[in-house]
Design a protein around this ligand. Structure first.
Ligand code: AHN
Ligand code: ZN
Length: 300
């Protein structure tokens, strides 16, 4: 017999507030005070919601030799449970708005309301819901650092391969628990833009097609089909790649692919100074957050 599971209702206002609080620290660029303060805020909230928090602090080298103080933040719920699902997002900000139409902004850091803070805000609301009602599986929430320090567009002579996703590369080589495993992972990246469309990302379909189907089916049943077209989109280098290729955990990326945007297929605010709170839409947060809850509360 098919069981009906109780799935909590995702509160998009709560997620929105978590995004606004991150943005209020200022751009969370590695080595900045805002980065340090926001990291403390994130660990504090995960602990408040009952997670066992692990931090991975180390120095990693950027493409240009800059030494970056990396801080991956991992919150584990029911850490003794062997049945686990991994939820992740990056929390750092890009130091350069190098896709801005105005060249004078290319060296300005982004607010990262969507690019970074949105995924983290959704997962903080998931953490709050987990404290109110535990799912039947253990959950690990990972906030990856140093995702967005990839080679800027104004340095086209440098090979950008490998310059992105330094925090997730580090975690995948050295997980917070030796031999760590999970059934699957879900990465959230830029999940707060207005009218976002989350096509099926290419690597996710290659490495984790069953998870793509599970998530897209839940989104449609929950009434969010217009955000989740059941069609293949492009391939994106993102934090799910080290999780799939190095940690060997099937992991999908929920990331927008916008057909009509002029400045970027990720949306017109991507890596511009307009990636701010004004362009965060609660309806998109609701669609993604509720879909994640539908998935994790139906695992047993
Ligand atoms: C590349 O542009 C190669 N990947 C996009 C990954 C990313 C940047 N996600 C957020 N910011
Ligand atoms: Zn970015």
């Amino acid at each position: 017999m098919l069981e009906t599971k109780i799935v909590p209702r995702f509160n998009a206002d709560s997620a929105y507030a978590y995004i606004a609080q991150q943005v209020a620290f200022g751009p969370r660029v590695p080595n900045s005070v805002a980065h340090q303060r926001c990291g403390d805020y994130l660990t504090g909230l995960l602990r408040k919601y009952g997670a066992l928090v692990n931090e991975q602090c180390d120095v990693v080298d950027a493409f240009d030799g800059t030494r970056l103080n990396m801080r991956n933040i991992i919150g584990s719920f029911q850490p003794e449970d062997r049945k686990r699902v991994l939820l992740c997002a990056h929390w750092d900000c890009r130091p350069w708005a190098d896709n801005d139409p105005d060249e004078r902004n290319h060296h300005t850091p982004v607010d990262g309301a969507n690019d970074g803070a949105s995924g983290v805000g959704v997962l903080l609301e998931v953490a709050r819901q987990i404290q109110l009602l535990q799912p039947e599986i253990g959950i690990d929430i990972i906030f990856f650092d140093v995702e967005d320090y990839g080679v800027p567009q104004f340095m086209p002579e440098i090979d950008s391969e490998g310059s992105w996703c330094l925090g997730s590369q580090y975690w995948a080589r050295t997980p917070h628990v030796p031999g760590y495993n999970a059934r699957f992972g879900i990465l959230l990246d830029m999940v707060g833009g207005k009218d976002a469309t989350f096509y099926k990302e290419g690597f996710s379909e290659e490495y984790a097609s069953a998870i793509i189907d599970k998530v897209w089916n839940k989104a449609h049943t929950a009434g969010f089909g217009k955000y989740f077209p059941k069609q293949l989109g492009g391939y994106v280098t993102d934090d799910h790649l080290p999780v799939n290729r190095i940690a060997r955990i099937p992991c999908i990326d929920i990331i927008p692919m916008m057909v009509d945007c002029k400045l970027s297929s990720f949306g017109d605010t991507w890596h511009t100074i307009n990636d701010n709170m004004q362009h965060i839409d609660r309806n998109t947060l609701q669609a993604v957050g509720q879909t994640v809850l539908e998935v994790i509360y139906n695992e047993k």
